[in-house]
Each structure stands twice: as C-alpha cells, then as structure tokens.
Design a binder for this molecule. Structure first.
Ligand code: X8Z
Ligand code: ZN
Length: 602
C-alpha cells in the first residue's frame, strides 16, 4: 500500500482559502493565482504527509487505544485539508491553464479516496473515527479454535495447508465472525463519502474513483469489461480443470461438478489466489515443477534473507540498494506480543528516502513473491521522489501494484539456478506444471480483482442497500469467480468486511489492472533483453538496459497521463491482455485437452 497523503496544521490553510461558495466571476482569479494556490497546496501536503505518515506507521505497528486516537485525529485533519483544497480547485475551473497546472488541479480534486462534506466538521470527525474503528477490528480480529485465539495469519495457514473440509470451513467461517460489527459503520461511512463526492461534482464515490484514469469514467468501465472478456476464456478453463480435481478430492456431494466451487477449498481465505492447492491439482504424468517453499526452507532462508534476495533483483537491474534505515525500521516478522496490521504494505514515510515495509513474512513461496511486490512499491516511491509532491505517485494505481509483480515474473528456473535455490543441473524449461502453478495465482486472481470494486460501486450508487450488502457480495462472487459460500450466509453477515481492502478503503480495481500491466511490462522488458524463447521462461535478472528504461517510466511518477508513460515504455497506449494470454498460451492448450468431454461453467 502506498503511504497516503494527509492533513495539515490548520494555519497553512489560510493562505489560499477563497471561500468555495464565493462566485468565481466575482473573485476574478488568474493563472498566476492558480499557480500560487497549487504551490501553497503542495507545501501544505508536504508538511502534513510526514507527520501523518509517522503516526499511521506507529498505529499500524502498535494497535492500541492511544495510537488509534492519534490516527483518527490525523485522519480527520488530513481529510479537512484535502477536502478544502479539492473544493477550492472549483474556483479555477473556467481558467485556461497551462497543461502542468491543469494536471495538478485535476490531481488535487481527485486526490482523496474518501471525501467528506467540507462544511460539516462533525461528519469529517465521524468519518475518521469510523475508519479507524473498522481498521482496528480487522487488524486485531481473532477467532478461537480448540481453545486457542487464532489471528488471521494462523487462520490463513489453515486455509493454505489443510485438506480437511470441516476444518477449512471452521477457519473460513471463524474469520467472518469478526466483520458483522463493521456493517453499520460501513453504511454510515458510505453516506458521508457520497455527500463529499457530490459536493465535488461526482454522482457518487464510485464515480469519483472511476474518474482517476485520464479517460472518460464510462470508457474506463468499458475497458475493464473488454479486458475481462479477453481473459475470461482462460479463467473458465482453469476453473473447470480445478473443479474437476476438487471433485476427485472432496467428492461430488461436497463439490458440485457443474456449479460454483465452495469458496473455502481453494487454499486462500478469499479464494483470490489458488497456488496453495497446487499439490491437489498437479498435472498427472507431467514433468514436476519445483516447490519454492521447500527450496527456501532447504537453504535456510529466513524473512530477512528473502527481502535481501528481492532487493538483489532490483539492484541487478541498476537500482541503488535500499537505505540502511530500511532494515532498521521495517517490520518483517509478526511480533508475538502485540497487535499489528499484518497485511503487507510498503511505505515512504518522509517522501524522500525513509522506505520501509511492514509484513508478517513467513518462509513460503507465496510470501517470497509478496516481498518482491512490496519492494516494487518502495523502488517506485524512491524513483519518483524528485518529482513535485503532487506528482509523487503513480499515474494509474495499477502501475504501483504491477512493478514488483513484473519483477517476480522473472523468478524462473534459470534465475533460481543463478541464485543457488535450484541446483546447477536443474532444467530451465518452464513446463506445464510450473505454468499451472503460476496460473493458480495470476489467472485465478483476475475475477476477484474485478469483483471487489464492482461490489463497492454498487454500494456507492445505492444499488446495494445495507440489507443487500452480503447478498450482493455473493452474487458477484458467483458471477465473476464461480465460487459460492460453503454455508448459507445471513443478511446480517458482512463478508466483504473480512477482506482487508474493504475496512481499510483501498480501491481494488488497481490489482486487476496490475495483473494485466505486469505481463505487458514484462513482455516489453523481455523483448528489450532480446529474449526469443517462450515468454514464461524469460528472466530479466541482471539486465541494466531494461532497468534503465523501466526506471525512466518510474521516475516520471504522475507527471504524465498513464497512457503516455505506458507508451514510452511499451509503445502501446492501452492496457493489453495479449501479453498475459501469450504467457499462458501453452497452458490453455493443456487445459483444453484435460477439460474435453467435461461440462464447464457454473
Ligand atoms: O494487498 C495486496 C498487497 C499490498 S498492496 C499485499 N495485494 C492484494 C491482496 O492481497 O488482496 C497484492 C495482491 C492483491
Ligand atoms: Zn501492493
């Protein structure tokens, strides 16, 4: 997660507080006024960001009554500042601004994820408290199994490793007991943020979120549908194949052979990536792949070594090493004696070089990938730290989520040999087994990546009223993912709240986009590297030329529309699913063969 911008001491606001109700015509603002306003806004943002960043860091690392209190206060101040600045941009709306100022004005208007009504301090305060409360419920949530209080990490481990239907069900259902108390808070929050969004000229908060992509928000929605249409056939084949294997494992009385898959059998608390059930679905009679978890264990990797290894990949591309303070200040393993937000995140606390991650790392292949994901955020943050504060961001949130993943696509057998995780005589081929394991993460994720915000957008536009929240969630889970709740869910349940990004209000379409972009970036990087074999076997490890061109895109930050940045790196101005399809093409043929004669779909 990126570090969020935040609030400013009330004083700094005075400089440019035109009343947003004063008519523009009367105030006769000029381009120079706009320039001065943006300058003072940037200063205000810079000042508040570091303070807010440090408080948010301490809160996420030590969840206590007092750090929550501080966090809510800071979040209230941040929202106040941002809402005020965003509303003030209206006064310059009619001016013909030079492109740089017009872009900054637009970014300022769209900067908030959760706007609030400007002249209602009580609502702003309430919003901050609701959010802190929901975040805390999630971060401290536990469920008792056999007399032991289990955190999400422990419950997730059960989901990943158990093959006992009832044990899985207990962990799955147990984690969802933490979220019903969030439901009313969530609906109160929706009311407030919609009010704030309307004040800024958007129909609702979902519409505001969709306006952040340098294109018409309706075209953006259509583009997502286009991309999903392109990858859905591959997802359908994977779903069909995996369901067949689960029927073999659990029986047709537990897994309907022509219906949705029970959501607790896919190796993950949210059925969002399925790599953990690889052993259940491994291709019979094919060359085996490798078990990355086992390779790490055998070589005595610990969390720190995993991070250093990922860092080594980035430095091999020519990026500078992480600062010393990264290792001093990061949280890399789960503390035993206190509550922390374990969901992995990456921070740049001072907007310069104070980079950190916070992650409850386990020695697994899954977390090895996540470590690369997080460092991708950090190297991106540092690459754009020379930009002016408003451009210290991605131009498309899908880019931020794609950087580290793009790098970890190069974790191929060849690369694992180079770093000594596979023996020198291991094959460098990316066979069907390896490709299938990869698809269980990357392809299985796509519909989940899409449905989370499809749900939120319907909540924000009122299509799902609070009484429909849970039903709507499962309607979309079934429609997109072809998974179903293993037991009937009450309307009082709030299963969306059991997923980090809902109580923490992190927009989710970014991850869907990232799963498309990362393959697009990777294909281009491999082309630059002169790679001619199958796409999935390409590794860009050690390639400084690729690193240099990639860095040029990262350094740009949000200064240009994402289409321009994408074009500079790949030559294309569109999100393009042909790269992910090319990567998995050999697997598609295998799945088609395996599925022939079976009825697919749900
Ligand atoms: O939240 C994350 C990262 C932090 S930005 C760990 N991810 C999504 C998730 O866990 O749901 C990465 C993949 C999708
Ligand atoms: Zn991320």
């Amino acid at each position: 997660m990126k570090q969020v911008f935040s609030a400013l001491p009330a004083l700094s606001l005075a400089l440019f507080s035109f009343s947003s109700t004063a008519s523009f015509a009367e105030s006769k603002v000029t381009v120079e006024d706009a320039r001065a306003f943006l300058k003072s806004s940037e200063k205000a943002i810079e000042e508040i960001s570091e303070e807010a960043g440090r408080i948010a860091w301490v809160n996420a690392n030590f969840i206590t009554y007092d750090t929550n209190w501080l966090n809510a206060l800071m979040s209230e101040r941040t929202t106040k500042l941002y809402v005020s600045l965003a509303n003030q941009t209206k006064q310059f709306a009619e001016l013909d601004l030079p492109p740089d100022l017009a872009r900054k004005m637009k970014l300022l208007k769209l900067g908030l994820t959760l706007p609030a009504p400007e002249n209602d301090p009580e609502k702003i305060k309430q919003l901050a408290q609701l959010n802190t409360e929901m975040e805390t419920i999630y971060g401290t949530g536990k469920y008792e199994v056999d007399g032991e209080e289990l955190s999400l990490s422990k419950l997730s481990k059960i989901m990943a490793t158990s093959r006992d239907y009832d044990k899985l069900l207990e962990a799955w259902e147990g984690w969802r007991t933490i979220s019903p108390p969030m439901k009313d808070m969530y609906s109160e929050m929706v009311e407030i943020v919609n009010q704030g969004s309307r004040e800024l000229g958007f129909k609702d908060t979902g519409s505001m979120w969709r306006s952040k992509y340098d294109m018409d928000p309706d075209d953006f929605r259509q583009d997502l549908d286009r991309l999903w249409g392109e990858v859905k056939p591959l997802y359908d084949s994977l779903h069909c194949y995996v369901r067949g294997r689960l029927v073999d494992e659990y029986g047709a009385d537990k897994v309907p052979s022509d219906g949705p898959i029970p959501a607790h059998l896919l190796g993950n608390m949210w059925a969002q990536s399925w790599g953990n059930i690889y052993p259940l679905v491994a291709p019979e009679g094919a060359e085996p792949g490798y078990d990355l978890t086992k390779l790490l264990e055998d070589q005595n990797y610990g969390p720190r070594k995993m991070v250093q290894t990922a860092e080594g990949f980035f430095t091999s591309l020519g990026f500078d090493p992480l600062p010393e303070t990264f290792y001093e200040r990061s949280l890399i393993t789960e503390p035993r004696d206190r509550d922390v937000q374990c969901h992995a995140s990456a921070w740049n606390v001072d907007g310069k070089n104070d980079l950190r991650i916070k992650m409850c790392t386990e020695v697994t292949g899954e977390d090895f990938n996540t470590v690369h994901h997080e460092l991708g955020h950090n190297f991106y943050q540092r690459a754009y730290n020379q930009q002016s504060p408003m451009y210290q961001d991605d131009p498309n949130d899908g880019f931020h989520e794609a950087i580290g993943d793009m790098v970890s696509l190069s974790i191929t057998p060849k690369y694992l040999k180079q770093i000594g995780l596979l023996p020198p005589d291991a094959s460098e081929e990316v066979n069907t087994s390896i490709l299938l394991a990869q698809a269980l993460d990357k392809i299985a994720f796509l519909p989940f990546g899409l449905m989370v915000d499809q749900w939120r957008w319907k909540v924000f536009n009122g299509e799902y009223a609070p009484k429909d929240y849970n039903r709507g969630w499962w309607e979309l889970r079934e429609k997109y993912q072809g998974v179903a709740a293993p037991i009937s869910r009450s309307d009082d349940a709030f299963d969306p709240g059991a997923k980090y990004h809902i109580p923490n209000n992190v927009p989710y379409t970014r991850y869907f986009l990232a799963h498309i972009f990362q393959f697009q970036f990777y294909r281009e990087a491999c082309r630059l590297a002169g790679w001619e074999g199958p796409l999935a076997a390409c590794s860009i490890y050690g390639n400084k030329e690729v690193g240099k061109k990639f860095n040029a895109m990262l350094e740009t930050g949000a200064a240009l529309p994402w289409q321009d940045s994408l074009e500079a790196f790949t030559g294309s101005r569109k999100a393009d699913a042909t790269a992910i399809l090319e990567y998995f093409a050999p697997l598609q043929s295998y799945l088609d063969e395996q599925n022939s004669g079976n009825s697919c779909g749900w």
